[in-house]
Design a protein around this ligand. Sequence first.
Ligand code: ADP
Ligand code: MG
Length: 715
Amino acid sequence: MLLDRPVSPSSFLGFRFPMALRPSILFPLFAKVTTLPGIGPRLVKLVEKLAGENVVNLLWHLPSGVLDRRFSPKVGDAPAGKIATLIVDVLAHAPAPPRSKVPYRITCGDETGKITLVFFHGRLDYLEEALPVGEQRVVSGKVEVFDSRRQMNHPDHIVPVAQIDSVKRVEPVYPMTEGLSPKVLEKSIRAALAKTSDLPEWFDPAYLARQQWPSWHDALRAVHAPGGEEDLLPSHPARARLAFDELLSNQLALMLVRLKARKRRGRSLVGDGILRGKVKAALPYALTGAQSRALEEIFADMVSKNRMLRLLQGDVGSGKTIVALMAMLAAVEAGSQAALMAPTEILAQQHLETLKPLCAAAGVRVEVLTGRVKGAARNAILEDIAAGHINIVVGTHALFQKDIAFHDLAFAVIDEQHRFGVHQRLELAAKGDGTDVLVMTATPIPRTLTLTAYGDMDVSRLDEKPPGRMPVDTRLINLERLDEIVDAVTRAVAKGGKIYWVCPLVEESELIDLAAAEERHAHLKQILGSKVALIHGKMKPAEKDAAMDSFTSADGAQVLVATTVIEVGVDVPDATIMVIEHAERFGLAQLHQLRGRIGRGGKSGTCLLLYAGPLTETAKSRLNILRDTEDGFIIAEEDLRLRGGGEVLGTRQSGLPEFKIADLMVHGELLAAARDDAKLIIARDANLESSRGEALRTLLYLFEQDDAVRTLRSG
Ligand code: ADP
Ligand code: MG
């Protein structure tokens, strides 16, 4: 498990692109929401939290439901439980007696009957003004019957009769945040819509007609003015069009980046195989079929003159490291240097330890360079890197800082725990002189997501595990049975076992995580004494090392209590038990990654998923998937099926593209179509110079793919 913070990939290389030239037609949409009428300093925080800071973010905030206020019966005909818009005479006020809990009541009615409007904590001055006795008003809300009398608690709307049309309609219902009133939000969205005008059409008119899709502007207005529930369906033409816009911008951006990476002169790396042969001979095992296949693909990329941009996808424990090493050795054979970048220092260190003996067998020099390497030691390493005396450098993002000059970096491997956006991809492409890039990910991603996140890369999959892996017995256990778990752990410790104990990630609050982990640590320590160690992201590097060292060494700590900031990493083959508290709060992929840490050393493992009940049906199904299979790809697909695209893998944390409108569960076909369309566009007009090309540039800016547009100008 890897417990220090991932390093933001945006800090790579310090490479900057020229400023984007967003077309002026989009300026109003990229103005701050504060430019909208009625959004003051208090509201702006709420709106930003809910939707985003720009006007355009409000446009993408789509209704999730509707309220139909068109039903306008006479009072005597208004049925209980239904929303009705009533025209009533205000008959009498009955204010609440001071300091009582009784509500303020106002009797209204028409020739068919009476209805009482009920206000808890109603303000006298407001109510007298809104509902003056003797006048007619329109009130809309849910009718209820109480003691066989009609009433309406806190009508949603109270307006003079002249304004009835503003009420008697289908009202969109938006996802909300606490403290923001629906009316205010809707008003802001209306104001945002008022700032839009039609944009040049980026679709082929014939295509648009065939799909029966509206123009962008019409679609946008339509999605915010649903005429009924059916208009909320993702298949509704207006929604489908906007989803396609978004998917097309995603696919086009990825392809432009790919094109740019390809255009940069690559170099042909041809090795003689001698170093690889030596390492192969030193390995205590044979490569799996999947590893060999992936290597063939990688070597072919290296030999070719095109620049390599390849993703190596493989479950935890599928053996990516040795694949990376073999590829790096090929670069070294060709007389160049290679670098392996890990997301954290712990992982970099771990990689070094794996690689060092193998490299020694081949007479290849490998060194580590992280933020921790300082002073004279650092300078010495820097000099040797610059002189080409070091063949393989392992490190964190520090590897790509400006002061690091390679003699000849030809091959870079990025072991990522966080995913890259288009921007980072471009920065990477700008590094080195035609450096080939291999990105490794341990997160199995459903195919549709692979396409949206890595559509610009070639993909190799390690879909076969090294032999000899023992199955992990996974069990779901209610947290109420914590005492039994602690007993079981105590017995395992007595038998010499090594146990991970993971405390949950509480969203957005590392401090609370920390408190929970520290508390559990203290608790277990009372029972198990010095056998328990603690590790978390806020510890100093040396403290982390000490905790890890103790847990790895034979006579050290046997229980490692940890918070998870990220989950993949350190290899402790002896660890056989993993306890995860509040498993229901984790993403399935995350749990899967954690579980992959055990059952490695030829001993079978046990994974105890502790949950706080009661679980919802979905939560139960999700955890059951984990219990029933260890295949990461199945888990990922099922997670997608159960949760929907946006939430898979805890998308927010993972850095996978988040779609604002498109829903991969239902728009999968549109994604394929968007991909085809993007290919066609690139084939015909790769620089987006035709009039459709111009419009497509606007589309890219609209979805904030500015970086992709920049590839056009800078060539
Ligand atoms: P990943 O990085 O994909 O999670 P690793 O590269 O750390 O996986 O490999 C997991 C373990 O499997 C390591 O201990 C490694 O030595 C071992 N391993 C890798 N390839 C093979 C193989 N072909 N046969 C047996 N063991 C292997
Ligand atoms: Mg690895």
